[in-house]
Design a protein around this ligand. Structure first.
Ligand code: FES
Length: 176
């Protein structure tokens, strides 16, 4: 089997769906890829498209991630799909106006992760914050804050936002 050149994940989770991911993103993307294949711009089978249930960045949806680059696009509207295909998948250029972050690169300061549940969102959208040992931690809910306050040390030592650990929320400066 010939390996894919790129793998695109389109989030169809509840939060992204509420923000407008209604299935048209995938239909449009598949159609645009097919068009590019027909035009000889992409090889057949070069692009794999998969629906994702949650990419962990619900506050920014609808989200689309492209690998192997690890480029995450946020707030993607149906009318943005053709540009992602033409610019990124065909031409190899990141669509910077839709860029949430790129794997291995630091996320913007205003992007934070709730390390209890793992959700990524703008700091301004945090439901709760808590300062612990001089660092501000951001939470998507009072429930996550409560979990953190109960045992911040364990949560911080558990690493970044694992759902199972229900650890704490903190400003993320180091990317994923
Ligand atoms: S539902 Fe899409 S990132 Fe969570």
């Amino acid at each position: 089997m010939k390996p894919y050149q790129k793998h695109v994940f389109i989030c169809m989770g509840d939060n992204c769906s509420e923000r407008g991911a209604d299935g048209s993103h995938q239909d449009l993307l598949l159609a645009a890829v097919e068009q590019a294949v027909g035009d000889g711009l992409l090889g057949r089978g070069a692009i794999k498209v998969t629906q994702a249930q949650c990419l962990g960045a619900c506050g920014f949806g609808p989200n689309v991630a492209v690998y192997p680059e690890g480029v995450w696009y946020y707030g993607v509207r149906p009318e943005d799909i053709n540009e992602i295909v033409a610019e990124h998948l065909v031409a190899g250029r990141v669509v910077s106006r839709l860029l949430l972050h790129k794997f291995g690169e630091t996320m913007p300061d205003e992007v934070v992760r709730d390390r209890v549940c793992g959700m990524v969102f703008h700091a301004s959208e945090a439901v709760a914050t808590f300062v612990y040992e001089g660092q501000t931690h951001y939470f998507c809910s009072d429930a996550c804050l409560a979990v953190f306050r109960n045992d911040p040390t364990s949560i911080l030592n558990a690493g970044h936002g694992h759902h199972a650990s229900h650890g704490p929320a903190a400003r993320v400066h180091s990317g994923h």
